[in-house]
Design a protein around this ligand. Structure first.
Ligand code: GYE
Length: 319
């Protein structure tokens, strides 16, 4: 028997078996279309890496698109995934609003959508299967609690805030959670708040403007992510002040760069936001394809890391 014929027979056998047990359908290679936000931060790089390696490990074919922080690019990518008839679409929405139309298109094409990392605000929550990611309001609250518990000097405390991307879930929620907590002590006041778009370059630029306008009046910087805090640290040093001492700095994410800054005494605390969502996402993709139902919300578990534990924790950090 030649090889081709043997293969054909084996395949026929597999088809019969598969047909009988349904195993063949379950073993079909799944294609996932993923529309990423961009490459704006250390967090995002770790998130992308996690998604790519977990897809490869799970044997899922990944079509990956980088939207360069633009919603229109993400919408285009999602439309192209629909046209290519992928099995599942997952994405991390740049901003919260403006998704109804394209999500309805995915629904009409019967392609399930999983939200990762950032949420959307839509009236009809049947437009997506599940949203997995952090509780950003809680992260903002944790930042606020750390400040109230650890800022000892008396008198008014002037805070400047570097917000994330305008209209994004983490920027909206981290601001909200922080404000909710600090309003309990009116001596803590946000005197300036502006977006730094989650990048180091923008964080530095906006901090320079804050320093020009307010100078030594600034007591605290609250940055919605580590990258903006790291950019701002440079601006503070260039202005001849000591980051982490003259200005107390709080940020969010917990990337390695933040731990390094804490070890150097330049950052006071980072509130963890875990980007390693890949394995969880691949499990969800498989479950959705297998027709299993998923919880509407899957929340990531996280902690807070102050400067005092940075050196000890650093070797354990995975991103
Ligand atoms: O905090 C920031 C990134 O959506 C949680 O996006 C994510 C945020 C993260 O650019 O660094």
């Amino acid at each position: 028997m030649n090889i081709n014929r043997r293969c054909a027979l084996a395949l026929a056998g597999a088809l019969v078996l598969g047909g009988a047990t349904g195993a063949l359908a379950a073993d079909k290679k799944i294609t996932l279309g993923f529309a990423q936000v961009g490459a704006e931060s250390e967090w995002r790089t770790a998130n992308t890496q996690s998604i790519k390696t977990s897809a490869a490990k799970a044997g899922i074919t990944l079509k990956f698109s980088d939207a360069q922080q633009k919603q229109e690019n993400q919408i285009k990518a999602i439309r192209s995934f629909i046209a290519q008839k992928v099995d599942v679409i997952a994405f991390s929405p740049v901003v919260e609003s403006g998704w109804e139309t394209v999500l309805k298109e995915a629904k009409a094409a019967k392609i399930p959508v999983i939200l990762t990392d950032r949420a959307v605000s839509v009236k009809d929550d049947s437009l997506y299967v599940t949203f997995m990611g952090s509780d950003f309001v809680e992260e903002g609250r944790r930042a606020g609690h750390w400040l109230l518990d650890n800022y000892k000097a008396q008198g008014n405390v002037n805070i400047v805030e570097l917000q994330g991307t305008v209209g994004s879930a983490p920027a909206i929620d981290r601001k909200k959670g922080f404000e909710e907590v600090i309003k309990a002590q009116p001596r803590f006041k946000v005197i300036r708040s502006q977006t730094g778009d989650f990048t180091r370059a923008k964080g530095k630029e906006v901090m320079e403007a804050f320093l020009k306008a307010e100078g030594k009046k600034i007591n605290v910087l609250y940055a919605h992510n580590d990258d903006m805090a790291i950019g701002a640290i440079q601006a503070i040093e260039e202005a001849g002040m000591k980051p982490g001492k003259d200005i107390t700095i709080i940020s969010v994410d917990g990337v390695k760069g933040a731990f390094e800054a804490m070890i150097a005494g330049k950052l006071n605390v980072t509130v963890e936001c875990n980007p390693l969502l890949g394995p969880q996402l691949m499990d969800a993709v498989r479950d959705v394809v297998a027709g299993k139902s998923l919880p509407k919300r899957i929340v990531t578990k996280e902690s807070v890391y102050p400067q005092s534990v940075a050196a000890k924790e650093f070797p354990n950090r995975k991103y």
